[in-house]
Design a protein around this ligand. Sequence first.
Ligand SMILES: NC(=O)c1ccc[n+]([C@@H]2O[C@H](COP(=O)([O-])OP(=O)(O)OC[C@H]3O[C@@H](n4cnc5c(N)ncnc54)[C@H](O)[C@@H]3O)[C@@H](O)[C@H]2O)c1
Ligand SMILES: O=C(O)C(=O)C[C@]1(C(=O)O)C=C[C@@H](O)C=C1
Length: 360
Amino acid sequence: MRSAVVVGTGLIGTSVALALNAQGVRVHLRDVDPAAARIAASRGAGVVEPQDGPVDLAVMAVPPALVGSVLADVQAHNLAEHYTDVASVKAGPREDVLSFACHTSRYIGGHPMAGGERSGPLAARADLFEGRTWVLTPTADTSTETLNTALELVALCGATPVVMGAAEHDRAVGLVSHTPHLVASLVALRLEQAEERAVSLAGPGIRDLTRVAGGDPDLWVDILSANASVVADILEELALDLDDAVVGLRALAATDEAKRGEGRRTVRQLLSRGRAGRGRIAGKRGTPTVRYRTVGVLIGDQPGQLARLFTDADRSGVNIEDVRLEHSVGQLAGLVHLSVDQRSTTVLEEALRANGWRVQ
Ligand SMILES: NC(=O)c1ccc[n+]([C@@H]2O[C@H](COP(=O)([O-])OP(=O)(O)OC[C@H]3O[C@@H](n4cnc5c(N)ncnc54)[C@H](O)[C@@H]3O)[C@@H](O)[C@H]2O)c1
Ligand SMILES: O=C(O)C(=O)C[C@]1(C(=O)O)C=C[C@@H](O)C=C1
């Protein structure tokens, strides 16, 4: 692929553009909001100047409800040889594409399984899709060249393609993305009116559980509208489990010993089933989850602390698999959690202590 146009330079569009640009693809940036395209260009995602003649691929990174109309528009202007989108739902946009009488042989639906709770080009990252799956939903009339171009896009972004039908995709993401998003919001909304002192105790658990609830409500209404029945069915099942949890907890709070035993069994079973479900989530690139240990390091709130910590960690020769920073409310300090392979924990801890770090 030599050239591409990204239509919609928000979080996902700019991340695609940054990844393609880094691989030497000439990327043109378009957005209904010219400031968004300019910001994306200033971040090195491509150029705002229009192309002369069709580019190899147009990537539509606009809200799901706009995919059909935007595709009709960009095809009418013959912007590209091939077209794809990144919308989080696939059946609805496909129906819109048909109702707008677009050229379906040159269009393939797509959905990268990566993102974030922040919108816009400033939140974009070139490595957003690395090691993630990217669903492609070709239909019988998708041309082989279009499928191949989309596969090249996925490879250039460092992702792994998964080919699926639109309906199967929507059922799957209803389970692994859309319902979890709604549940995260429902958990987070308990905090809205809660006492400040209670909220100030929020630790990593609730932060992890509710991170996605920070997403744009308008985008998510759009996504949930296009997959409403699937999500409602899953929520109904979840409501049955919630009922069981309440029954179990009421029994646990009873004075009667036998009833408490019953409650214990019910709650334990729910927790065990949850743990089993969680265990089925694969790690990066579809490999089974690797168990890492976390090394906690206290850092002060001075400039350069994180950079110095990473340099010392790097010198220890231990590979840092993941990093999480926890700020303590009201204190000029933070706790950095470095995830490393179980066998490397001691090496890292000793190296950091030797360099004067306070390791927990
Ligand atoms: N946010 C995520 O985590 C995530 C992950 C995977 C896929 N997606 C999908 O990616 C798409 C974009 O989401 P996002 O998070 O990047 O949103 P975003 O709000 O960050 O970006 C959307 C951009 O589209 C632009 N836009 C809107 N209408 C347009 C039009 N008619 N023509 C040109 N530009 C237009 C907006 O101005 C905005 O800059 C959505 O379809 C979403 O479902 C999102
Ligand atoms: O916020 C994130 O980390 C995400 O990856 C977001 C997430 C997801 O639920 O996994 C959300 C919507 C998408 O369509 C794809 C990815």
